[in-house]
Design a protein around this ligand. Structure first.
Ligand code: MEV
Length: 414
């Protein structure tokens, strides 16, 4: 999809979305109004509601993931992020775009059992009753009828500051949901039976946000002729810096999460769960590490990959009820939570590529300034080709004010 989406006005962009995702007139109206939720809905969602807060919703372009074209809605307040994701995707597609895969949607639910007198015996008894416990859990949801639901159960004995404890873990295939509600319900449903089997006391019954059975992976090649040989080396040096130094690594991963969380917000995911899981995964080898990996192939192309847990859903919760989240999912055209996860991982990788590419070349501020100059030129009334010319001069001359933009417009028009 070769297009200059950014150069279109709002109506032009909406027309592209309409054609791409067969949006109805009502859906276009929703996008025009930016009407996410009304106060009644806000009031029913949280306590002490007084209002609601909005973010810009933009579209990242050029994403080719597993051979399929995507326009990617991103909700974010930070300038340059959507442009950077699109730029990374544009370069990646020169070598075929992103290859991505996602594990099935297995979530872990934890039941904490304390005061167990004979832990080894209790574990043996719980494992003997595994099928019974799984069927109690499955009686609480329709997932099992769809071939999903609680699939397995395991026990772990852990040493804590308050003595040994037994942790009974349910492994639940939540299919296209994020899964928190169903997993929590299942954990609660088995609690009393677990108590009677173990002769212990159940305390917490809650899902784990460390979704290590729900990993997603994406990779892409970034053509050396586009990246530049010096920048390829620079990105490898930047990556080595992140691997070796936690202060840099947190910022490296923050750049990755700029993309992932923007798509998560646009589709009304639980962003805190995603962040918590991602950063724990970054520590899986005992030290905080980059979520992405960078190397160079024999052709001199830059090769990037990413792996992280992503508990995201396309059904249930706000994803199904928030009008703009539903529209974002329609624009994405995803048929499963796994497909959504593949896109999000690809966006994270593209985002990281573009941040590093900018950092090793002109620095991050130049791009911000160019975008700022465009906004100022627009405010001064510049449109179409004039907009590009005015923005370029504002940035070059380093005087980015509406007044100066008006002067330039007048000069050009004379
Ligand atoms: C800014 O939001 C993100 C970056 O700091 C990421 C990075 O430094 O890699 C540019």
């Amino acid at each position: 999809m070769e297009m200059r989406f950014y150069a279109l006005d709002r109506e032009g962009r909406l027309r592209v979305l309409k054609d791409h995702a067969s949006l109805t007139d009502d859906e276009l109206k929703t996008l025009r109004e930016g009407s996410g939720i009304d106060f009644k809905m806000a009031d029913s969602m949280v306590e002490n509601a007084v209002s609601f807060i909005s973010y810009p919703l933009g579209i990242a372009t050029h994403f080719l993931v597993n051979g399929k074209e995507y326009l990617v809605p991103m909700a974010i307040e930070e300038p340059s992020v959507i442009a950077a994701a699109s730029k990374g995707a544009k370069i990646a597609r020169l070598r075929g775009g992103f290859r991505a895969s996602s594990d099935p949607s297995i979530m872990i639910g934890q039941v904490q059992v304390k005061d167990v007198k004979n832990l080894e015996k209790a574990i043996e008894e719980v494992m003997k009753s595994k099928d019974e416990l799984i069927s109690i859990a499955n009686s609480k949801s329709s997932l099992a009828r769809k071939g999903a639901g609680a699939k397995d159960l395991r026990c772990r004995a852990i040493d804590t500051a308050r003595g040994r404890m037994l942790i009974v873990e349910l492994l639940v295939d939540v299919k296209d949901a994020m899964g928190a509600n169903v997993v929590n319900t299942m954990c609660e449903s088995i609690a009393s039976r677990v108590e009677s089997i173990t002769d212990g006391k159940v305390l917490l019954r809650i899902l784990s946000n460390y979704a290590t059975y729900r990993l997603v992976r994406a990779s892409a090649r970034f053509a050396r002729e586009e990246v530049g040989d010096d920048a390829v080396e620079g990105i490898l040096d930047a990556y080595a810096f992140a691997e070796a130094d936690v202060y840099r690594c947190v910022t490296h991963n923050k750049g990755v999460m700029n993309g992932i969380i923007a798509v998560a917000l646009a589709t009304a995911q639980d962003t805190r769960a995603i962040e918590a899981g991602a950063h724990a995964y970054a520590c899986r080898n005992g030290r905080y590490s980059p979520l992405t990996h960078w190397s160079k192939d024999s052709n001199g192309d830059l090769v990037g990959s990413i792996e992280l847990p992503l508990a995201v859903g396309i059904v249930g919760g706000l994803t199904s009820t928030h009008p703009l989240a539903r529209l974002s999912l329609k624009i994405l055209g995803v048929g499963s939570a796994q497909e959504l996860a593949c896109i999000m991982a690809s966006v994270g990788l593209a985002q990281n590529f573009s941040a590093l590419h900018a950092l090793v070349r002109e620095g991050i501020q130049a791009g911000h300034m160019r975008l700022h100059a465009r906004k100022v030129a627009m405010l001064a009334g510049a449109e179409g080709n004039l907009l590009d010319e005015v923005a370029e001069r504002l940035a070059r001359e380093g005087n980015i004010t509406v007044e100066h933009a008006r002067q330039i417009i007048n000069e050009i028009k004379v």
